[in-house]
Design a binder for this molecule. Structure first.
Ligand SMILES: *Cc1c(COP(=O)(O)O)cnc(C)c1O
Length: 250
């Protein structure tokens, strides 16, 4: 059986979401205490990609209320089968031809990463009567990953969002590069928080949402100010190799 460093089974079949959630809440509370923050500032998003509705049900029963998916088609197939009325966030890259579908499913989009995408979202939101909350996805570390907007290119998107009627810009998201030592992600999280503080001042807006931290590094992200943790493996065990909802790669 596949176990993690705490001797906990990471095998989906033997995995208890309730126990995992309790452990994670403990680690979040500890990180909050260390940073002088209140636990109420931090919301755990259960990232259920590749898992089926039965996993969502188990998590809802354990007390989780917010879920994240990274692909529109997979979410569209899954969400109708999920009970308990959780809130769904899109956390993965969004293609412009999937915006209409995405806005119908997700009240919060973490992955706005270009001006053209913002323009398409504004157009569709106006037509379909949606008022999504959006986060700018920033590529803080610059190198390796191609996800997210370079900080220097953000102002043109921010100017657009400031003038937008239908999109509400509430914060920033980043994906830290995977490092065996989570401490290495700390400068990335700190930099995202600094960008948030700077743009709040420059644009005179409140940006309460900082979506950063995944299974490997979330306590560090909390210490650096995260308000939304996107947790998959830590909550649900290893992802199944096969996809319960067969979908094309987007
Ligand atoms: C899959 C995914 C996560 C969760 O990853 P884990 O390491 O399993 O916690 C978080 N954010 C995004 C954008 C993802 O695609």
């Amino acid at each position: 059986m596949d176990t993690n460093e705490n001797g906990v089974s990471m095998d989906a079949e033997h995995f208890s979401v309730a126990e995992a959630l309790e452990r994670i809440q403990g680690a979040v509370a500890q990180a909050c205490a260390k940073a002088g923050r209140s636990v109420g500032e931090v919301t755990i998003i259960g990232v259920t990609k590749t898992h089926g509705p039965e996993v969502v049900r188990e998590a809802v029963e354990a007390g989780l209320r917010v879920f994240g998916e990274n692909k529109v088609q997979e979410a569209a197939a899954k969400i109708p089968g999920c009970v308990g009325g959780p809130e769904w966030h899109l956390i993965g890259h969004l293609q412009r031809n999937k915006v209409r579908h995405a806005l119908a499913l997700f009240p919060v989009i973490h992955s706005l990463d270009s001006l053209r995408l913002a323009e398409q979202m504004e157009r569709v939101a106006e037509e379909d009567g949606h008022r999504p909350r959006v986060l700018l996805e920033i590529n803080v570390s610059g190198e390796a990953s191609k996800d997210g907007l370079h900080p220097e290119r953000a102002p043109e998107v921010i100017d657009y969002l400031m003038a937008s009627r239908n999109l509400t810009w509430t914060g920033l998201m980043t994906l830290a590069p995977f490092c065996p030592d989570p401490e290495q992600a700390r400068p990335v999280f700190a930099r995202l928080r600094e960008l948030r503080d700077r743009w709040e001042r420059e644009y005179g807006v409140g940006l309460p949402d900082l979506s950063m931290g995944m299974s490997n590094d979330y306590p560090i992200a909390v210490e650096e100010g995260a308000t939304w943790l996107r947790l998959g493996t830590a909550l649900f065990g290893n992802r199944p190799k096969w996809r319960p909802m067969a979908v094309d790669e987007e």
